[in-house]
Design a protein around this ligand. Structure first.
Ligand SMILES: [Zn+2]
Length: 455
């Protein structure tokens, strides 16, 4: 048992001072006590928050960050970006993926994300054949998670088809494609590959409405049992247009008509939706996975958050393409997109006098923990000891208390506000730096240098 003492902490029933948190040997919170002296505990004069879950990541895409920002040689839109991404991933081997993912995860933890849902579709060798261990790539992700310490919900992707209604895949998708039976083997083998990680979970991710049929979607969901189910949906207008042309329905409507969408599900993006679709998603209990930095980078559009929240909808945040990795920036950009569209301020805050930063944080904790299917997202007994410590001396935080601390971090601070991070009770960030930062950075730099030289 290890005991910590924090000068301020955000607990489930609100802010508290002089908080002792005891962590058991397996990384779970065993006791929380407010208003008590440090008395033998490891004392930190800072602000303790529950670590933020990152509900949507494609870790390998960190390696191509900034390489698709040039206009001219291809379509200046999402589909041109996807072509660049397909060329980048065509040659990656398991060690490359592990090196890139470790860099992404180190940056996540340094920014305040303590858990990640890895939406993992790079399954097979470059020629499209399965590795002799079908879960070789899941193992590569697991090694990166272990090195970074981040909590992992691994989501093997089911990618059955290349276009709506069961159309053929392209050569660029051959590393992703499986049939339902191979997919079931892959999910099981992924669980074995990750069994050494503390509290790792395995869910599933049907890639998108265009990569499944109703029959295969329901088959893989039924075979997986009670685990998280994540799916990309309605990210782009072209996707909506193609879905309408195929079946006369929009992707979010199709999904709710054809599958039993409930609170196990995470609907990623859902950018292009009607008011009726917003109401269906909110009523389903599913978490909507919003990825504001990536959605801005790819020009996806802005999610209609006010009607979704009024309908009781839940959301969490994801870093998706990992073009930038910053927990506070995801929250800030989510709110700013809404402000720019509505020409108004404090959109996510629930009512008069409420803090926007607090509303963003509470909702991202709740939606993220639910989407990851893990006991995280609160400093409370029985939850994982995932703790982010903000520096009380940071200029944007000094002299503040309560919700002003979250508003200061999200809207006014920079990346240096996070001073320490524990994941499962293990210290992984100390004085703002991940304990393996240099090792991981050097291997990442060598990997990227070799990959780009060969392009
Ligand atoms: Zn994605």
């Amino acid at each position: 048992m290890k005991t910590y003492h924090f000068s301020q902490a955000l607990l489930p029933d609100g802010w508290a001072r002089d908080v002792r948190i005891a962590v058991d040997g397996d990384g779970w919170i065993a006791a929380v006590q407010a208003g008590t002296p440090a008395a033998g505990a490891e004392a930190h004069a800072g602000i303790a928050l529950p670590g933020l879950p990152n509900l949507h990541s494609h870790a390998f895409q960190r390696g191509m960050a900034g390489l698709a920002e040039r206009r001219g040689t291809m379509e200046g839109n999402f589909w041109g970006w996807r072509d660049v991404m397909y060329r980048f991933l065509a040659v990656l081997d398991p060690d490359d993926v592990s090196a890139i993912a470790a860099q992404a995860y180190v940056e996540m933890v340094e920014s305040g994300f303590t858990a990640v849902a890895e939406f993992h579709y790079l399954h097979h060798a470059p020629d499209g054949r399965p590795y002799s261990d079908i879960a070789e790539m899941a193992g590569a992700i697991g090694r990166a998670a272990a090195e970074s310490g981040i909590g992992l919900t691994h989501l093997p992707v089911f990618y059955g088809f290349g276009r709506f209604g069961g159309g053929p895949t392209d050569p660029g998708q051959r590393r992703f494609v499986t049939g339902p039976d191979d997919f079931a083997r892959l999910v099981e083998a992924s669980g074995w590959a990750l069994r050494g990680l503390p509290d790792a979970q395995v869910g599933i991710a049907p890639h998108s409405v265009r990569a499944v049929t109703a029959a295969t979607l329901n088959a893989v969901v039924a075979a997986a049992g009670p685990v998280p189910v994540h799916i990309h949906v309605a990210e782009q207008q072209r996707e909506v247009d193609e879905c309408l042309a195929w079946c006369g329905r929009r992707p979010v409507d199709w999904l709710h008509d054809e599958a039993a969408v409930d609170q196990r599900w995470c609907l990623v993006h859902a950018t292009q939706v009607t008011a009726a679709e917003v109401a269906r998603m909110a009523a389903s209990g599913a978490v909507v996975g919003l990825c504001p930095i990536t959605e801005a980078n790819l020009g996806d559009g802005i999610f209609p958050l006010p009607p979704f929240l009024e309908g009781g909808g839940r959301f969490g945040l994801g870093s998706d393409s990992n073009v930038r990795i910053d927990a506070a920036e995801e929250m800030r950009l989510l709110e700013y997109g809404q402000r720019l569209r509505d020409q108004a301020r404090n959109i996510v805050a629930g009512g008069e006098g409420q803090s926007t930063g607090r509303a963003l944080y509470d909702r991202a904790l709740d939606g993220g923990a639910r989407a990851l299917g893990r006991r995280i997202g609160a400093l409370a007994v029985g939850r994982r000891a995932d703790i982010v410590l903000l520096d009380a001396e940071h200029p944007a935080l000094g002299g503040r208390t309560g919700d002003h601390l979250l508003d200061g971090w999200i809207f006014a601070a920079d990346g240096r506000a996070v001073s320490r991070v524990w994941v499962g009770g293990r210290p992984v960030v100390v004085e703002g730096r991940h304990v393996s930062r240099e090792t991981v950075r050097r291997r990442f730099a060598a990997t990227i240098g070799r990959l780009l030289a060969a392009q």
